[in-house]
Design a protein around this ligand. Sequence first.
Ligand code: NCD
Length: 325
Amino acid sequence: MPTQPNNSHLPFGDHKNAPWYGKDIISVKQFSREDLEYIFAVAHEMHVMVDHVGTFDLLKGKILASLFYEPSTRTSSSFTAAMERLGGSVIPINEVKYSSVSKGESLLDTVRTLECYADVIVIRHPEVGSAAQAAKAARKPVINAGDGIGEHPTQALLDAFTIKEELGHLDGLTVTLLGDLKHGRTVHSLARLLSLYKVKLNYVAPEILRMPAELIDELKAKGVEQTEYTTLDQALPQTDVLYVTRVQKERFTDEAVYESVKGAYVIDPKVMKAARERMIVMHPLPRVGEISPEFDDDPRAAYFRQMEYGLYVRMALLAMVLGKA
Ligand code: NCD
């Protein structure tokens, strides 16, 4: 076993009076700029520790219940990896069809059950507001891993951390969000979170998948400069961060409508000739054709690195709500 480095300078240890101890993470609206700076600093230290020792015992003996009512690869596995790298363990309920949910148990009863066994609950559910309801019923911290088309706050935090690590800062950037801006919970959370910074936001979407008007109004009231487009060509040359999203097939009631918009934009080396040399392309993944694999070797393709940053952010969040950071 490698010896643990002297980590007395790190922000780890017992912090029961820390502001995030015992708190739920439901919406990005909960975070201030100072909170983000703190999360980024802890996530950065988590990266250092993982590089040095791989796994360490900050959350030894703690248990995470991971409850997913919708499919997930990255979010569920990165929360599991985060908990295990911190020495904790996980109750995985990824296939709710094998749990009592399939017998008709309500979300709230399931949550009340899991909190008898776990110290923190991560939940993904198709209904907007479900994580907030679960948090209300539970005494233990609840972390929203996506509530339908509502929010995905931990994704937005890792997205912002990715931008910070890759480009050094967030103020002054032009961020272009592309794809299904109507149903994409990641873009809803990210746009809100970025409104804490001096950013310019471009929205590029087919007419029927535009960013919800309420969200545009909400950000307008905060003084965020926002421009809507239906094509990428005008926005791309000024873009520092191009955030590409999948058209969310599962949110459509009419498959023909999905088919009509699914291939609206494809990012490939040819399209990217019009973009800056120093900029990044992000995607929460999974991708289903919006970014050609031919672009993957371009240094601007940050979407695989983005997944790794997610591990460090989720380690930071678990340590914070469990009073260890
Ligand atoms: C996203 C999600 O589930 O909202 N994926 C993720 O968490 N990385 C994006 C998507 O499914 O398109």
